[in-house]
Write a protein that binds this ligand. Structure first.
Ligand SMILES: [Zn+2]
Length: 220
């Protein structure tokens, strides 16, 4: 279990991500709530609440390499509780090359300004600048390198064929569930993201697979 964290000061760092990071560091090893993170995310001057704080939190995990626990990781946490486990960052998280401006324009033209994520033959197709009906917020396409870093460490910033345009939701899915080092699905990350009920189904599957006798589960 973790002690409760506190929001006792004002964070004035210029970016949302930096403010959330500073707040989490002040509360390392403690439970902070969604409400506190939203408060910290607000523009320190205008007080405007950003719609994309959740994505910034995601980036602290995926790009900066922080381990930030939620109910997905620890069943005893409440929904909308978060814990920065320690100040250690995973090495080589999110070292990214980006296509140059001209290449990015060509990628967007090829993509017809729509997200190119394709799942079982169905393209996402969310259009840049429109509203994401599922994820909420305005669709902002960003470049994603098609090949894992380990397979192709020399990403070419000038070759549109090495990149795809993805919406924010699919960037998160790709970053969270795709291990760019091995080029394989990250099964642990997928299990972490499962709702509690489906985790129990997975647990039961593993129990049967390994022939482990049934014990007491689901007591959370
Ligand atoms: Zn998409």
């Amino acid at each position: 279990m973790f002690p409760k964290g506190n929001l006792t000061k004002k964070y004035t760092q210029p970016s949302i991500k930096k403010r959330i990071e500073a707040f989490l560091i002040d509360n390392v090893g403690k439970v902070v709530t969604r409400q506190m993170i939203v408060e910290v995310s607000k523009d320190p001057i205008t007080g405007k609440e950003p719609e994309n704080w959740h994505q910034r939190l995601s980036e602290l995990r995926t790009d900066d390499g922080y381990t930030i626990l939620s109910k997905r990781d620890r069943a005893f946490l409440s929904v909308e509780d978060y814990v920065l486990e320690s100040l250690n960052k995973r090495a080589n998280a999110g070292k990214r090359v980006m296509p140059n401006q001209n290449t990015w324009s060509r990628i967007l033209a090829r993509a017809n300004q729509c997200c190119e994520w394709n799942e079982g033959g169905t393209a996402c197709g969310l259009r840049n600048g429109t509203i994401d009906q599922i994820g909420g917020g305005t669709v902002k396409l960003t470049p994603d390198h098609l090949q894992p870093h380990s397979v192709n460490p020399n990403a070419d910033a000038t070759d549109p064929n090495q990149w795809q345009a993805l919406c924010g939701r699919h960037q998160v899915i790709k970053k969270n569930f795709w291990d760019s080092k091995s080029g394989k699905m990250n099964t642990i990350a997928i299990m972490q993201a499962l709702p509690h009920k489906e985790k129990l189904v997975a647990l039961e599957f593993l129990r049967q697979y390994f022939g482990t006798p049934q014990g007491k589960v689901g007591s959370f």
